[in-house]
Design a protein around this ligand. Sequence first.
Ligand SMILES: NC(=O)c1ccc[n+]([C@@H]2O[C@H](COP(=O)([O-])OP(=O)(O)OC[C@H]3O[C@@H](n4cnc5c(N)ncnc54)[C@H](OP(=O)(O)O)[C@@H]3O)[C@@H](O)[C@H]2O)c1
Length: 249
Amino acid sequence: MAVITGASSGIGAQFARRYAAEGFDLVLVARSGEALRALADELASAHQIVAQVHVADLTRTADVDALVAELRDGLVRVDHLVNSAGIAPEGDLSDTAERDLRDLVALNVTALTLLNRAAVIRMRAQGTGTIINIGSAAGYQPMPHFAAYSATKSYVINLSEALSEENRPFGLRIFAVSPGDTDTGMGSNPSTDKRTPEQVVDTAWRAMRGAAPSVVDGAANSILAVVSSRVLPKRFGLRIAERMMRRMV
Ligand SMILES: NC(=O)c1ccc[n+]([C@@H]2O[C@H](COP(=O)([O-])OP(=O)(O)OC[C@H]3O[C@@H](n4cnc5c(N)ncnc54)[C@H](OP(=O)(O)O)[C@@H]3O)[C@@H](O)[C@H]2O)c1
């Protein structure tokens, strides 16, 4: 059984397609019930799997608690959890509405952390399990004009790397997958040179068989992540990131 948040579109929906093709039963999570039901019906009949829909707004405490309860003891098994639900408000922090910032942290940080905790408890009891957290190439470098989002994704990468090691002795595989610009509904970057959700999921699938606590999707994004986080002096990296983001927002 694979539980996938953010399954109504983009990268999460592509994870759902891949898991279904591999024969996994699914629990698809997001706010858009209609989109989830259409995908669940399509995948159930194409692959003879059971696909359940769990409608939830993961910025809301009650909805997170309900999904946590499912992960802890509602579902028959939890073999895989993919945390793909995320939002990415762009612009200077001072121009971003307080409400959007609360939602950003509630979804990208709080919900993801509590869902990891619940899945880890369940998977330790099972003696096996895989958690994939979707980070971002923007999590490897502080991003002016995208500051809070990039900080939430640094958190996702750090959390995943630490949990990977913490849970290795219990037979769990936990890692972060960080896409760069990817062709989904997210973001205002008009670039025509984007990666596809299929490529991101392929990267995750390859990483599942290895032991790396985090991976970046695509060679160019991987090089950029290493250069910006480990090679460039911090101030220089910040200036380049500021110029890059200023063109987009
Ligand atoms: N696309 C990129 O360039 C890119 C780059 C780096 C990282 N990422 C990361 O990849 C992940 C997937 O994004 P995507 O590109 O696939 O974008 P997307 O198509 O917009 O998908 C975002 C998903 O999150 C769900 N979601 C948003 N708010 C939610 C809420 N309050 N409660 C529950 N679910 C919610 C959306 O479903 P509903 O609206 O139906 O709730 C949707 O299924 C995100 O974590 C994002 O940060 C994307």
